[in-house]
Design a protein around this ligand. Structure first.
Ligand code: N01
Length: 565
C-alpha cells in the first residue's frame, strides 16, 4: 500500500533525472532504455505488479489480438530469441508472465515503486522541475516527466442508478480480481459487447447456469483460429526477427508479415471478393481481414462488401434467425470500431443457457438489489460483469492533476479534446513526454512497436539535450496546432469518424468528440519523427541549461551510451 504515514510532502529522491509514471510495457521499456543511457530514472506504478493492461485485465478469455511473435519487445535480441510463446495469440497470464520476466531479466524492479498512485504533477518553470505527489502525500521531483499511463487504463462503469443497492457480486473486466471468479451455477449478466465481452462471453457461458448478454451495439468479430505455435514456424520466425522487426516500421499497423492490399474492392468482381474474404476468415486475425483491399477504411461502398460478408457469416453460425440478426452490426462500418477477435463468440449464442438482450431498444434503466431492470422487464442475477470499456486515451492523464505552476492545467488545455505535437508533447507543458499519447498511432498499431518507437524518440531527445548542455524542451504552439489539424484531416479522409467509438471519445458522456489516434500509419509517423529528430527537433523549443536541472553530469556530453540490452 502507498505510504500513508508520511504527513508532510517531502522530496524522497532528489537525485533523479527522469520520473516515469506507469510500469506497463511503456514504463518498463522507458526505464530500461534511459537507464542504459546513464539517466537516473524512477518509475511509479499504482498496481502491485508490472504489466499495465495485462496486470489489470484478468477477465476470463483475455488475450491479445496481435500475434504473440509480434506483440513482444524487440529491443533485446537475446530476449526475443529466448522467450517461448506457446500460442499464436497469447493469453493474459502468459503476457503477464513475460512482463514479469522482462522486469527480472533487466533488473528493473530496483527502480520501480509499486502500489503508488500519482495524484498530481506540477512543473515549476524557474526550477525547471516536475514535482509529483503520491496518494500517500510524498513528493518527488526531477527535470523530466514521462507519462507511461496507458490508453485503456481507466475502467468505466456507467453511472447506473441503483448499483450501490445491488446485493450480488459485480465486476469490471478491466479491474478483475486476481484470484479469478467462478461463475459455476450462477445467473450472470454481461453488459457490453466490445472486445473484452466478446472474449469473456464464451468462457463465462460455459460456467454459468444462465448468461444474459446485454448488447447496445452489435460488433464485428473475426475468428482468431488460435492454436499452439508450430516449432518450425517459431524457428523460422526467430531467424528472421531482425528483418521482421525493421519491416514492421514500414507498415501502417506496425506488424510485418501481412502482404499489403494492392487494389480497391471496387475493382474486384464479386466472386473474387468473397473468395478473398473467405480466405482471410479461414486464416483468422483482424489485420489480415482489414488488409483485403486498399479502400476498406476509406470507401463506404467497399466497406459494405466486407461488412456484409461478416453479417452473412453471423447468419450462418447463429441458428436462431432473430438472435443472428440482432448480432449483425449495421450502424457503423467494419473496422471503424476496434475489430474484435474471438474464439467461438457467435457460436455461444447457440447454447441453451445464453440469451441476447437488445439493450438499444430496451435500455437498462436501473440496477436493482437482485439484478437489473430494462425498459421491458426485470431480471435477477447472482453476478453482473461490466464489460463497458474505458475512459480511453485521456482518462489516466485526466485523473492526475497535471499543471504548470501559475499556469494552466492539462485538463483545461484539453477542454475541447486532446491536442499534442506527435502525441508525444503538449504545448505549454515543458519536459513532459507522453508515450503513445493522443495524436500518435499508438492504439491503432501494434502497441509494443509504437511504445518502443516513442521511447527511443524520447530517449534520443534527452540524450541530445544533455549532450548540448540544454535543460528544457517544449512543443511549440504552432507545431501542436498543425499536428492536431493534420491528425483530424487524416481521420476525416477515412470512415473512422462514422462510428461512436472510444477513439472518438463517444463512449463517455460529455467527453469532447474528436478523433484521437493518428491513423496515417506507423510507417508515415515514424518517418516524420525521424525527420524531426534529424533536423534538430523541428517544432520543439530547446532551451538552455540555466535551469541547472542536475541531469546526471557524469554522462553529460557523452552522447548515446551503449544500452545493456
Ligand atoms: O470496451 P468497449 P472493451 N449500457 O468500449 C457497452 C482493447 N481490448 O473493454 O458500443 C449498455 O470496446 C458498449 O456499447 P456501445 C481494444 O482496443 C483489446 O470491450 O457504446 N451497454 C460496448 O459494447 C478495445 O477496443 C483486447 O453502444 C453499454 C461495451 O460496453 C478496448 O480495449 C481485448 C453501456 C464497451 O466496449 C476496449 O474494449 C479487450 C450502457 N450504459 C480489450 N455503456 C484484445 O487485444 C457501455 N456499454 C483482444
Amino acid at each position: 500500500m502507498p505510504d500513508s504515514s508520511v504527513a508532510e510532502p517531502k522530496d524522497s529522491n532528489p537525485a533523479l533525472d527522469v520520473i516515469v509514471i506507469g510500469a506497463g510495457f511503456a514504463g518498463m521499456y522507458a526505464l530500461h532504455k534511459l537507464r542504459g543511457l546513464g539517466f537516473r530514472v524512477r518509475v511509479f506504478e499504482a498496481g502491485s505488479g508490472v504489466g499495465g493492461t495485462w496486470f489489470w485485465n484478468r477477465y476470463p478469455g483475455a488475450r491479445c489480438d496481435v500475434e504473440s511473435m509480434e506483440y513482444s519487445y524487440s529491443f533485446s535480441n537475446e530476449l526475443q530469441q529466448e522467450w517461448e510463446w506457446p500460442e499464436r495469440y497469447a493469453a493474459q497470464p502468459e503476457i503477464l508472465r513475460y512482463a514479469q520476466h522482462v522486469a527480472q531479466r533487466f533488473d528493473l524492479m530496483r527502480d520501480i515503486q509499486l502500489n503508488t498512485r500519482i495524484i498530481a504533477s506540477v512543473y515549476e518553470r524557474n526550477a525547471n522541475r516536475w514535482t509529483i505527489t503520491t496518494d500517500g502525500g510524498t513528493s518527488i521531483s526531477a527535470p523530466y516527466l514521462i507519462m507511461a499511463t496507458g490508453n485503456l487504463s481507466t475502467p468505466r462503469v456507467p453511472d447506473f442508478k441503483g448499483l450501490k443497492s445491488y446485493r450480488g457480486k459485480w465486476y469490471h473486466t478491466g479491474y478483475w480480481p486476481h484470484e479469478g471468479v467462478d461463475f459455476s451455477g450462477l445467473r450472470v449478466a454481461v453488459i457490453g459487447t466490445g472486445s473484452s465481452a466478446i472474449q469473456a462471453i464464451p468462457i463465462i457461458a460455459k460456467q454459468a447456469k444462465h448468461l444474459h448478454v446485454f448488447q447496445r451495439t452489435a460488433n464485428y468479430s473475426v475468428p482468431a483460429h488460435n492454436a499452439p505455435l508450430d516449432p518450425d514456424y517459431v524457428r523460422r520466425h526467430k531467424a528472421e526477427y531482425p528483418q521482421r522487426r525493421r519491416a514492421a516500421y514500414d507498415t501502417p499497423f506496425g506488424i510485418a508479415g501481412y502482404p499489403p492490399p494492392t487494389k480497391p474492392a471496387s475493382e474486384a468482381p464479386v466472386e473474387e471478393r468473397i473468395s478473398l474474404y473467405e480466405d482471410k476468415w479461414k486464416q483468422g486475425g483482424t489485420i489480415g481481414f482489414l488488409y483485403s483491399y486498399t479502400d476498406l477504411l476509406t470507401s463506404k461502398d467497399a466497406n459494405d462488401t466486407a461488412a456484409e460478408f461478416v453479417r452473412n457469416k453471423i447468419r450462418g453460425i447463429v441458428k436462431d434467425p432473430a438472435t443472428a440478426e440482432l448480432l449483425c452490426p449495421k450502424d457503423h462500418p467494419i473496422g471503424t470500431k476496434r475489430l474484435c477477435l474471438d474464439m467461438g463468440y457467435y457460436e455461444t449464442f447457440n447454447r441453451d443457457n445464453v440469451t441476447l438482450v437488445d439493450a438499444r431498444s430496451t435500455p437498462i434503466q436501473v440496477i436493482t438489489p437482485t439484478g437489473l431492470r430494462t425498459s421491458a422487464q426485470d431480471y435477477e442475477f447472482d453476478a453482473i460483469v461490466f464489460a463497458t470499456g474505458f475512459d480511453a486515451m485521456t482518462g489516466a492523464l485526466a485523473e492526475i492533476d497535471i499543471r504548470v505552476q501559475g499556469g494552466t492545467t492539462l485538463r483545461e488545455h484539453w477542454t475541447a479534446g486532446p491536442r499534442t505535437y506527435l502525441g508525444i508533447m503538449v504545448a505549454g507543458f515543458p519536459n513532459m513526454f507522453l508515450i503513445t499519447g493522443p495524436g500518435s498511432p499508438g492504439v491503432k498499431s501494434n502497441m509494443v512497436v509504437s511504445i518502443e518507437q516513442h521511447t527511443d524518440f524520447i530517449a534520443d531527445c534527452l540524450a541530445h539535450l544533455r549532450a548540448r548542455g540544454l535543460g528544457r524542451i517544449e512543443a511549440e504552439q504552432c507545431a501542436e496546432d498543425g499536428w492536431t489539424e493534420h491528425v483530424n484531416d487524416v481521420a476525416n479522409a477515412t470512415l473512422y469518424p462514422q462510428a461512436n467509438s472510444w477513439y472518438m471519445g463517444a463512449n463517455i458522456p460529455g467527453k469532447p468528440r474528436i478523433f484521437m489516434p493518428y491513423v496515417g500509419g506507423v510507417h508515415n509517423y515514424k518517418k516524420k519523427c525521424d525527420a524531426i529528430a534529424a533536423g534538430g527537433y523541428e517544432g520543439f523549443k530547446l532551451t538552455g541549461a540555466d535551469a541547472s536541472n542536475n541531469v546526471n553530469p557524469s554522462t553529460r556530453h557523452t552522447g548515446i551510451a551503449t544500452s545493456n540490452a
